[in-house]
Design a protein around this ligand. Structure first.
Ligand code: UTP
Length: 476
């Protein structure tokens, strides 16, 4: 073994003793020299001082959430503008369209998650998501980008955050599909940071004898990864000012929304959000609130039930706006927080993580045996000087695919996608065949290449035909 590796290993062994993590080198002598170096590099990439602090605060204990003294509802731009707001909305839409046309807007998809609930082999963006053609999520977003580029006669670069676990497969998928019709020069993939998984005793778990069990550091890691990967610099060189942030699991997202962009820009906001009206006081979404004068998202699990259930005099929920993880972020904001050095709060999640035990035997636990630590992107909202929230129609923009079955599954997403497109067709004057119980008696899919919004269908009415019961229709 080269002396440098030997001395690096000795230094690491000393550090591990200091932080009571020596077990991670237990099988080092069974590894070949490449394996030894790989494990050493994994360990050298960790900040043990920070990890030690996090283990004490979040792994060995389940920290009590410190609740703010006063939680107020956040101001929200309504979905349907009041008379006074109509002029502003029109101006905002025009401004947003100008920003897109002037190449100032980029798309940013966070696709680094493990997608464990869905249980799909491969990157989640490859999941067949649409109800008729089974197009993948990546393809749907790409078609939206292409359609928007045509509409605004511009280029919209697309940044995709992966994780070390799915980076190579994601890039390969784009290559295999010819970048879904996009110009490869306008697509950039970069991996996010990882965190070790811990046993409940605070020990780092080993995936095998030569590797730590690691998992992505949460979508909050995107704000640092944008900076560290050079993506932000690439955006600056291209003149991008606004980043349209969305998750990989929502095929109904408007990838660039002129109204949202315009309101954010005109109000000189730094990080803005779209909201839906919650369907239930305890719905499992983040809650938009104001804490200490700042718009702040409080996770459903952290909002006390009595606050969640409070209603105002008109009977509406006091805290009625929920987050659907769609944001507009100014590039300058991400630059500023990174240059100053920022940290987002860590969140603890107990998960099932296979590992090898001290005898080197692989253990596949039945239930949650490990603690993962993640940061959430919405925790950056209060770091913004200004932030706006725009309420939207959930049925029109939100059909997440998270689970294999049931709530937020591909089945519910298909239903929501078809409902939206049926509404658009009806608005264009097409009669929709229904069964006796009122449910759809057709299957419909509309590609973003055919229509990005309902008005496009109205314009293309001459290309639409009458629908018969049990028709299966794919437009575009
Ligand atoms: P989810 O909270 O749905 O997590 O992520 P997940 O990891 O994809 O799925 P489960 O919980 O294992 O089933 C919401 C969005 O944030 C991204 C995901 O890819 C998804 O678009 N994400 C999540 C990241 O990019 N990195 C992360 O570390 C976590």
């Amino acid at each position: 073994m080269a002396t440098t590796v030997k001395s690096r290993l000795e230094a690491m062994a000393k550090k591990l003793r200091k932080y009571s993590q020596s077990h991670v080198l237990q099988f080092i002598d069974t590894l070949d020299s490449g394996g030894k170096i790989a494990l050493l590099e994994e360990l050298e990439g960790l900040d043990f001082e920070l990890l030690n602090e996090l283990i004490g605060r979040y792994v060995l204990e389940s920290p009590e959430i410190e609740l703010p003294k006063e939680i107020l509802p956040a101001p929200v731009y309504p979905r349907v503008p009041s008379d006074e707001l109509q002029g502003k909305y029109q101006k905002a839409r025009d401004h947003g369209e100008r920003m897109i046309a002037e190449h100032k807007v980029a798309c940013f998809t966070v696709a680094g998650g493990m997608g464990t609930r869905l249980g799909f082999e491969g990157p989640k963006g490859d999941y067949p998501a649409t109800p008729v053609r089974n197009k993948s999520l990546f393809r749907v977003f790409a078609e939206s980008i292409i359609a928007s580029e045509h509409r605004y006669n511009c280029e919209i670069p697309w940044y995709i955050m992966t994780s070390p676990a799915n980076h190579a497969d994601t890039v390969q998928s784009f290559k295999d599909h010819d970048y879904f019709g996009l110009n490869p020069a306008n697509v950039m993939h970069f991996p996010q940071g990882m965190m070790p998984c811990f046993g409940k005793d605070g020990k780092i778990l080993m995936e095998d004898k030569g590797h730590l069990a690691m998992s992505p550091d949460g979508h909050g890691g995107s704000l640092r990864a944008l900076y560290k990967s050079g993506a932000l610099q690439d955006m600056a060189q291209r003149g991008i000012e606004y980043i349209s942030y969305f998750q990989v699991d929502n095929p109904l997202v408007y990838i660039v929304d002129p109204l949202f962009i315009g309101l954010h820009a005109m109000d000189t906001a730094e990080m803005s959000s779209k909201a839906v009206i919650k369907v239930d006081p305890l719905e499992k979404v983040g809650n938009f609130t104001v804490v200490d004068g700042k718009i702040t998202v409080i996770e459903y699990s952290d909002l006390p039930e009595e606050v969640a259930r409070k209603r105002s005099a008109d009977g509406k929920l006091l805290i009625e706006s929920g987050s659907i993880a769609i944001h507009l972020i100014s590039r300058s904001f991400v630059e500023r927080i990174n240059q100053r050095g920022f940290s987002l709060p860590w969140h603890r999640a107990e998960k099932r993580v296979p590992y090898i035990d001290l005898e080197g035997e692989r253990v596949v636990p039945d239930g949650p045996n490990a603690v993962k630590l993640e940061t959430f992107v919405f925790d950056a909202v209060p770091l913004a000087e200004r932030s706006i929230i725009l309420a939207i129609d959930r049925d029109d923009q939100f059909a997440p695919i998270k689970n294999a079955t049931g709530v937020d599954s591909v089945e519910s997403s298909h239903r929501l996608q078809m409902n939206r497109h049926v509404k658009w067709l009806e608005a264009a004057g097409i009669d929709i065949p229904r069964k006796e119980d009122g449910s759809l008696n057709v299957k419909v899919e509309i590609s973003p290449l055919f229509a990005l919004e309902p008005e496009d269908l109205v314009r293309k009415k001459s290309q639409l035909r009458k629908l018969k019961p049990e028709d299966i229709v794919s437009l575009g």
